[in-house]
Ligand binder design. Structure first.
Ligand SMILES: Cc1cc2nc3c(=O)[nH]c(=O)nc-3n(C[C@H](O)[C@H](O)[C@H](O)COP(=O)(O)OP(=O)(O)OC[C@H]3O[C@@H](n4cnc5c(N)ncnc54)[C@H](O)[C@@H]3O)c2cc1C
Length: 357
């Protein structure tokens, strides 16, 4: 289940910058003309795809639904798209390229091509093209709740008041298909040692027997939701432990390979673009929206027939960098707020975390 940001379907600049943490960042990073261009592109998206975007942004939506409805859309439209299913290596992808073909790598966080975008001799060095900031380790607990439920910062505080550690910080929204079912995703900060002692995926039974303190915090929070709204959890809880990483590809395109001296390399003649988690990844329910945002920009650039490839690569790099700055600032702010929230009743711990001038 993922939550898409409402700015993806914004029909005005005001609604695009409605998020109170994001608004000033957007003003600081983007020129008004860039925002206008993005809006104009969104308004030119065909109705069938726009309708899907609107549906997905109504609440939490299964990632499978997004994937399947996009595949369905591609298959049913009369267009020249050919789909070939298979696992590729970077070398496979490179050997398929003819001059002036364009390769768009959207293979996710462990991108196939990202390392290959920095010129190298022999084999590319792993991570050479990635800036990674580990914000925290966390477990992500998700479940459906059979009542409409909402949670603001007061709710997060008071439902955690007996949880000195392992505070359960929820993101709550309706599900995209049903306003009476809420989807709850709780993030609980854990230590690197906790992280090392947990399997990558487990259930609430495993949590209760191996990390009773974490489970008690979670249960206390959920009991308070139930007391308040008289509902029940629907189905099973799912828990994953993940590092919350904020990262970007230093180069989101192959433009470095177009410098003098690399003319023989396949990427000198066939440009590459990274899209989605291949290019930028962020925690706190932002990543997929950012991927859509950059993909829309790329589609806009590709549709400008008169644009030279050099300009296209430069503009995509710049746009990715700006989106990175935006998500970097927002993520750091959220993390800082979370850190303060974790110790809000401990005056000295709180003051230790403040830097004023
Ligand atoms: C628990 C969890 C919750 C999340 N919740 C949210 C949320 O609420 N909101 C949000 O914005 N984001 C969320 N995210 C992040 C979101 O899922 C990702 O940002 C999004 O899925 C990235 O999409 P993508 O298409 O770029 O990459 P992916 O979804 O990772 O897709 C990559 C695709 O490439 C394929 N692939 C990879 N390598 C190869 C290869 N060698 N050959 C062929 N195919 C290959 C993979 O099989 C996969 O289908 C969450 C992530 C997690 C783990």
């Amino acid at each position: 289940m993922v939550r898409l940001a409402s700015y993806l379907v914004a029909d005005s600049i005001e609604s695009y910058r409605a998020d109170h943490i994001d608004a000033e960042n957007i003003d600081a990073v983007f020129d008004p003309s860039e925002l206008d261009e993005g809006l104009a592109f969104r308004q030119s998206i065909p109705e069938d795809l726009t309708a899907l975007l609107h549906e997905w942004t109504r609440g939490f939506c299964p990632l499978n639904t997004i994937e399947q409805s996009l595949s369905h859309l591609i298959n049913t439209r009369s267009n020249p798209v050919q789909r070939t299913v298979g696992v590729l290596t970077a070398e496979d992808a490179m050997s398929m390229l003819e001059p002036r073909d364009i390769l768009i790598d959207c293979t996710g966080a462990r991108s196939l091509i990202r390392d290959y975008l920095v010129p190298f001799v022999g084999t590319p060095s792993a991570g050479a093209n990635t800036v990674n900031i580990r914000l925290e380790y966390a477990i992500v607990i998700t479940f459906l709740y059979g009542q409409p439920y909402d949670c603001n910062e007061y709710c997060k505080y008071f439902k955690n008041i007996e949880n000195a550690h392992y505070k359960f910080v929820p993101m709550v929204d309706r599900t995209h298909f049903d306003g009476s079912v809420s989807h709850v995703t709780g993030i609980v900060n854990i230590s690197p040692d906790d992280f090392g002692a947990m399997p990558s995926r487990f259930d609430d039974g495993w949590l209760r027997s191996h990390f009773p303190n974490v489970a008690e915090s979670m249960d206390r929070f959920i009991d308070k939701i139930k007391q308040e709204t008289k509902g029940e959890i629907v189905g099973d809880m799912e828990i994953v432990r993940i590092p919350l990483d904020l990262y970007r590809a230093r180069n989101a395109t192959s433009r470095k390979w177009r410098a003098p001296g690399f003319g023989d390399h396949v990427f000198a003649k066939s440009p590459v673009f990274l899209a989605g988690d291949s290019a930028i990844g962020s925690p706190y329910f932002q990543s997929i929206s950012l991927g859509f945002e950059c993909a829309m920009h790329l589609a806009g650039l590709l549709s400008q027939r008169g644009l030279s490839m050099t300009d296209m690569l430069d503009r995509y790099e710049l746009y990715n960098y700006k989106q990175w700055l935006r998500v970097y600032m927002r993520s750091k702010m959220i993390k800082h707020n979370k850190d303060l929230f974790e110790c809000v009743d401990d005056r000295f711990a709180l003051l230790d975390k403040l830097h004023i001038y």
